[in-house]
Design a protein around this ligand. Structure first.
Ligand SMILES: Nc1ncnc2c1ncn2[C@@H]1O[C@H](COP(=O)(O)OP(=O)(O)OP(=O)(O)O)[C@@H](O)[C@H]1O
Length: 245
């Protein structure tokens, strides 16, 4: 992990399973993500990545097993578990007619924190390399990369122990994707645990400390990207996908 933060487990999945009728979306997932660590879930459509994130967020209840956040079983009190979490989904669901600052203040208030001073707001947004001149513009004028940074700012402002991102790289241009990777690395360096889903093998390699490969609702492999070239990682991924079909 290469930082001085004492690492501890923030996210744990224990034999976590979820089906929708007869469709097994997630089968007996065991996974841990520690403070300061970035874990990428890589898998094709329908592999179970979003279901995993939704179970950690408490948006879904498991059929069996447990999603645990900072020692709390999420299903016992999803709202309390979410106090420790930041969440950035693919479309970054924020209020389009409010400004960036108004969105930040609104979501910050929902997490029952004291209001953010201008100084704190500037410090957080600058650390995420957010273009400050856009802060008072309506969200509907923001690019996806800017909305993601605002979503991350909401997480940072509430001191989230873990941030979960569902497909954050899809639809980003290469510079915005590079920016996001840099921001996520810097958040992890400061001790945040990060779990993200992606289809992008090469970005997963550049951002992840570990890469979990999922197919058909199962975590079939966890690889250390530092031990593999991009080509080898792609070959391992494609082999698992072929075996899962
Ligand atoms: N709310 C739901 N109702 C019914 N089936 C669902 C629901 N959510 C997910 N599924 C099914 O569960 C399986 C896993 O879906 P999931 O969204 O977790 O996959 P994913 O890896 O995130 O895929 P993608 O890359 O396409 O987002 C799929 O077969 C999907 O159709």
């Amino acid at each position: 992990m290469g930082n001085n933060i004492c690492s501890s487990t923030v996210l744990t999945a224990k034999s976590l399973s979820k089906s929708f009728d007869s469709n097994v979306a997630l089968k007996s997932l065991d996974l841990q993500v520690s403070s300061g660590e970035i874990v990428c879930l890589l898998g094709s459509n329908g592999a179970g990545k979003t279901t995993t994130i939704n179970l950690f967020m408490g948006f879904l209840s498991p059929d069996s097993g447990e999603a645990i956040v900072n020692g709390m079983v999420v299903a016992n009190d999803p709202a309390a578990a979410r106090n420790y979490l930041g969440y950035v989904d693919e479309i970054v669901t924020l209020y389009p007619s409010l400004s960036g600052r108004e969105n930040l203040d609104f979501f910050h208030a929902l997490s029952k924190q004291p209001s953010l001073s201008d100084e704190e707001c500037n410090r957080i947004l600058s650390s995420l390399d957010f273009p400050m001149k856009a802060l008072n513009s309506r969200l509907s004028t923001y690019s996806k990369g800017m909305r993601q940074k605002l979503g991350l700012a909401i997480a940072v402002a509430k001191n989230a122990k873990a941030i979960l991102l569902d497909e954050p790289l899809s639809g980003l241009d290469p510079k915005a994707a590079n920016d996001l990777v840099a921001v996520l690395k810097s958040l992890a360096k400061n001790g945040t645990a990060i779990l993200l889903s992606t289809h992008d093998i090469f970005r997963a390699k550049s951002v992840g400390n570990r890469i979990g490969i999922m197919t058909g609702g199962q975590l079939v492999d966890i690889v250390d990207p530092n031990t593999l070239s991009s080509q080898d990682l792609e070959a391992v991924y494609l082999k698992h996908i072929a075996e899962g079909q």
